[in-house]
Design a protein around this ligand. Structure first.
Ligand code: ADE
Ligand code: ZN
Length: 337
């Protein structure tokens, strides 16, 4: 039987969070505040109602509501608020570095917003939190595969033209049915030519071929979720051979029915195959979770011990896009623990 989860010990371990969506960090209180700020009718009247609204029967229902929340983020102050709030709570969980996915094309293409003020609001919020907590952060603007590739290319061109200093990578996330299309390859190539690596969601609801495609065609150096890889030993081997980490979010996978039950989650299979795993919370208040809850799920579902948990923290630091010197100092802190 798995030992009790040592919450305080794991909270104290320095760790990075590499898979969390800025727009998915809007908790019920913040959502109500944003709706009032913009004179918009919220989807429910109170915190309990929003928390109930944050329960989904699957991925399409989640995406529809995620987009409603995304639409409430309008001004630089809105972005400042949510970024600062999330980093502050992450710091309380022992997070020393966060890489925020930002649904850039949701704002730019679907909501006709300019990237500059969004970016600058996020940077101001992250900077305020970093000053207060000492933590570090970076941004991963995402494109979405349900949009026209030309629109995503134009959006990413404006993103890359603005201020690249805080961009760790560009990513892809959103509805999954149009994933394996070559149309998006030039966008990742463009970013790479500017020195910005690619990551991608893949194998969340889709299968192993989606993961292979993201690695081989997009050149993704980290995969968000990637659990579909467990369906094909060759794709697991590809991840190991190319040393590609998967940023897995067990609570999200259960909340969105990407797996039918905890017992069916492929985390143990991926670990046994030697895939490097980091844990993320994806869209934490929407899935009634936080990063420490994700460590607890992994602890129980994959029957981990304290060295395994420390290994997951180490992976998260080592696979981050922070500087090698910064990573070495965090890992030393973890090992001194
Ligand atoms: N954007 C926010 N959450 C996501 C998820 N779980 N999968 C794909 N895109 C997302
Ligand atoms: Zn995600």
């Amino acid at each position: 039987m798995t030992a009790p989860f040592p919450l305080d010990t794991i909270r104290a371990m320095p760790k990075a969070e590499l898979h969390v969506h800025l727009e998915g960090t809007v908790d019920a209180t913040t959502l109500l505040m944003l709706a009032e700020r913009h004179g918009v009718q919220p989807p429910a009247e109170d915190v309990e109602g929003i928390d109930e609204w944050y329960r989904f029967d699957g991925f399409p229902m989640f995406l529809e509501r995620y987009f409603t929340v995304l639409g409430l983020l309008r001004t630089p102050d809105d972005f400042h608020l949510v970024a600062e709030r999330y980093l502050t709570t992450a710091s309380e969980q022992g997070v020393v570095h966060t890489e925020f996915h930002v649904s850039a094309t949701g704002h730019i293409v679907e909501n006709s917003k300019e990237w500059g003020p969004i970016h600058d609001g996020i940077v101001a919020g992250c900077t305020a939190a970093a000053t207060a907590t000492g933590m570090s952060w970076a941004l991963i603007p995402d494109i979405s595969p349900h949009l026209a590739a030309t629109d995503c290319l134009n959006a990413m061109t404006t993103v890359l033209a603005h201020d690249r200093r805080h961009l760790a990578a560009i990513g892809m996330g959103g509805p999954a049915d149009t994933w394996t299309t070559d149309d998006f390859v030039p966008i990742f190539d463009l970013a790479r030519s500017a020195g910005i690596p690619a990551v991608s969601h893949a194998g969340e609801h889709g299968g192993a071929e989606e993961v292979r495609f993201a690695v081989e065609e997009f050149g993704a150096v980290r995969i968000q979720h990637g659990i579909g890889a467990a369906q094909d030993p060759d794709v697991l081997k590809l991840l190991v051979d190319r040393d590609i980490a998967c940023d897995v979010c067990p609570g999200s996978n259960l909340a969105l029915a990407a797996v039918g039950s905890a017992a069916e989650h492929p985390l143990p299979t991926m670990l046994a195959a030697g895939v490097t795993i980091t844990l993320g919370s994806d869209d934490p208040p929407m899935f009634q979770t936080n990063l420490l809850d994700e460590y607890e799920r992994a602890w129980r579902w994959a029957d981990l011990d304290i060295d395994d948990a420390r290994g997951l923290c180490r992976n998260s630091l080592e696979r981050s896009f922070a500087s090698p010197e910064q990573i070495a100092s965090w890992v030393a802190m973890l090992d001194e623990g």
